[in-house]
Design a protein around this ligand. Structure first.
Ligand code: SF4
Length: 305
């Protein structure tokens, strides 16, 4: 095991630092059940929706102060999981391995494609892999200027499933980057048919990024994708959506991802529309609203078989 002192530092989301007791003055409405960490350094990627390559303290709408990893290690038992996210830079996988090997709670690593040897190294120190595909089609992948190619990521999904096993690879997908509902349906279905899982995110226009003026996805569209993801995850045929009441599948609207990943307010402000509910309690308080959003999603549900 590597000692904590050997790691210079790590970035952690504000919510993680509050839960760990590192930032005592930060008040959070919902605590993260997972500790979200980010390796330091600026990403060389340049995706149009992401603020990280402009300012490495930011990812989505969240701030990530840098701390000594020892501060999180000492509080790791307050979390059910740790998720270590990568940026695209030289030898990034080594930092992922080094940081992951310090923790004793369940570990997820979220990465960009790496080679076979590096993948086995990641597997040695983690149980679940996240893949930041983000785009739901080749067209969108190119539009938002992600480095690499859509098919390279899909090949990496297959390779990762061979290394981690079925159900242990979560593909991060962002709804609202310009995909059609049909493209979204196709990609989410492909991930599940391959043996993977989906972690759904909502596009968040971040000030300063080239996509800062674009709109967030309609909530009704997002609810539709949450339902599709939930049904596929649980092996329920999509045609059964019509015969079930939303009360029967409330969990569909909770944050999707690894066990205990709830990402509170990663995509939304606590005072605005909620895309991913981080807890059942918050969902229950907003349930009437979610039901109304689902009523507005009828045209999307007509796409289902
Ligand atoms: S689903 Fe959550 S815990 Fe899993 S890799 Fe993605 S962000 Fe991390």
């Amino acid at each position: 095991m590597v000692s904590a002192e050997s790691v210079r530092g790590v970035r952690a989301s504000l919510g993680t630092l509050a839960r760990a007791g590192v930032l005592r003055h930060v008040k959070v409405m919902e605590h993260p059940r997972t500790a979200y960490l980010l390796i330091p350094g600026r990403c060389s990627g340049g995706c149009l929706f992401c603020p990280h390559w402009l300012d490495d303290r930011r990812l989505s709408r969240v701030s990530w102060p840098e701390v000594n990893v020892g501060e999180i290690l000492g509080a790791q038992w307050r979390f059910k999981r740790v998720c270590i996210q990568s940026v695209l830079r030289r030898m990034f996988w080594k930092d992922l391995v080094e940081i992951a090997s310090l923790f004793e709670i369940p570990i997820s690593i979220a990465t960009n494609p790496v080679g076979e040897r590096e993948l086995w190294e990641l597997k040695r120190v983690s149980q679940i892999l996240g893949i930041g595909l983000d785009a739901m089609s080749r067209r969108v992948f190119e539009r938002v200027r992600k480095p690499g190619s859509f098919y390279q990521y899909l090949r990496f999904l297959d390779k990762s499933l061979r290394v981690y096993g079925k159900g242990k690879v979560y593909v991060h997908l962002i709804a609202g980057l310009g995909e059609s509902p049909e493209e979204a349906l196709k990609t989410i279905s492909h991930v599940y048919e391959s043996g993977g899982e989906v972690a759904l995110f909502a596009f968040t226009p971040v000030p300063g990024t080239p996509l800062q003026s674009e709109s967030r996805p309609p909530l009704s569209y997002y609810r539709f994708l949450q339902v599709v993801t939930h049904f596929l995850r649980n092996g329920i045929p999509l045609r059964e959506v019509r015969s079930l009441d939303p009360d029967d599948y409330k969990e569909a609207f909770l944050t999707s991802g690894c066990p205990d990943c709830n990402r509170p307010f990663y995509n939304e402000s606590p005072s605005g529309d909620c895309y991913n509910f981080p807890s059942l309690e918050l969902l229950e308080r907003n349930w009437d609203r979610v039901r109304r959003e689902l009523e507005g999603a009828a045209r999307y549900f007509r796409l289902l078989p």
